[in-house]
Design a protein around this ligand. Structure first.
Ligand code: UT7
Length: 337
């Protein structure tokens, strides 16, 4: 039986550090509020020039993360069969960032697709990579999660509930077919509940309006992301726990066997509540939200890359990745590292 093993991880974040104190320049907030409510102390934002244009693209950040993962995996560009790019912030309406990455990395016409599944994009992407590999459609998949969130945020006090939470960055993994049945993705669970689609969303630009964007939409702030924070928090905590239980059951394992839980980093309070509810001690729950905030689809691959570099992912470890976000969509992967 073929399995899909994660054989390399990498990440890239922009140099620019934006502290909580810096945010008080634009909005009525405080380091104390942000730290207490979310656990975030700083985040990375891409630089912008005098015209507000970014100095590096999402695809360029993704390519840097991907190169690091390919170097670690010792995989050459010719070996990549498929690029999967997960994001809620593509560089343009179409095509997706996957093709820009294909070009930047010189992948010689490898297949490329984007997954638009927001915070759960990486979990969906890993399930997809696993499926393509086990079906024989691809042997080596480059899976990237990348986001430029900073250019979308409403930096006035009106937008503070969202603006303080999100950061930019990219993470990547190389997933490759292996005959070692003890290794790789053991199970995935994927879910959605579209009746909550508008409780965490970004409405415009939209194909439903001629010219896609107009002054009315801008005046009404409908080009900014919005959410019902309390509702998202409540659902996230519940769904994270359900998904962890379900993926363990599907893979035939129990929570006591888990070496590391790598949850989507949405809020430190969510991470702690989930860890406590599923019965994992804090040292088995990865957290880096203090440094990066919520980097949406990039969060889990950045976390995997940092966990691997810190020696917290050893060969043979049982790892659970779990995410919840806009859609609502959520899911989990169970991986034998
Ligand atoms: O990845 C999935 C995406 N997102 C999430 O998972 C986020 C889930 N939600 C959350 O993390 C939390 O709900 C938030 C961090 C967004 C908010 O925390 P909260 O404890 O639910 O705060 P709250 O919404 O109850 O707001 C409390 C107060 C409000 O003022 P009043 O109405 O009590 O006077 C807010 O207006 O805090 C105010 N507030 C802020 N104050 C300072 C909201 N945002 C800010 C801010 N700085 N940035």
């Amino acid at each position: 039986m073929t399995r899909a093993a994660v054989i390399g991880t990498g990440h890239y974040v922009p140099d620019r550090v934006v502290t909580n104190d810096e945010l008080t320049r634009w909005m009525n907030t405080s380091d104390e509020w942000i730290t207490q409510r979310s656990g975030i102390r700083e985040r990375r934002w891409v630089e912008t020039d005098a015209d507000g244009k970014v100095t590096e693209t999402g695809a360029e950040m993704g390519a840097k993360a991907a190169r690091a993962a390919m170097d670690q995996a010792q995989v050459a560009p010719e070996e990549i069969d498929l690029v999967i790019y997960a994001t809620l912030n593509p560089d343009c309406f179409f095509p997706g960032n996957g093709v820009f990455i294909e070009d930047l990395l010189g992948l010689k016409t490898a297949g490329a697709m984007d997954i638009r599944n927001q915070c759960s994009g990486f979990v969906y992407g890993l399930a997809a990579a696993d499926g393509f590999i086990r079906a024989g459609t691809a042997r080596t998949v480059l899976l990237i999660g990348g986001e430029i969130q900073s250019t979308a945020l409403n930096l006035s006090t009106q937008g503070r509930e969202m603006a303080v939470l999100f950061g930019d960055g990219a993470g990547a993994v190389v997933v490759q077919a292996t005959d070692d049945t003890d290794r790789g993705v053991l199970a995935s669970v994927l879910h959605s509940q579209g009746r909550f689609a508008k409780d965490l969303w970004l409405e415009a630009p939209t194909a439903l309006v001629r010219e896609r964007i107009n002054q009315d939409l801008i005046d009404q702030g409908r080009h900014y992301p919005t959410m019902d924070g309390k509702l998202v928090f409540k659902h996230a905590t519940r769904r994270f726990c359900e998904a962890i239980g379900a993926v363990l059951e599907k893979g035939g394992h129990t929570i006591d066997e888990v070496d590391l839980l790598v949850p989507h980093q949405a809020n430190q309070r969510i991470t702690e509540a989930v860890g406590a509810r599923v019965g994992l001690p804090p040292e088995k729950v990865f957290s880096n939200i203090a440094k990066y905030g919520n980097t949406t689809a990039a969060t889990i691959p950045i976390a995997l890359s940092e966990a691997a570099a810190a020696g917290r992912l050893e060969s043979g470890d049982l790892v659970v990745t779990v995410a919840f976000g806009s859609g609502f969509t959520w899911g989990a992967n169970l991986i034998r590292w």
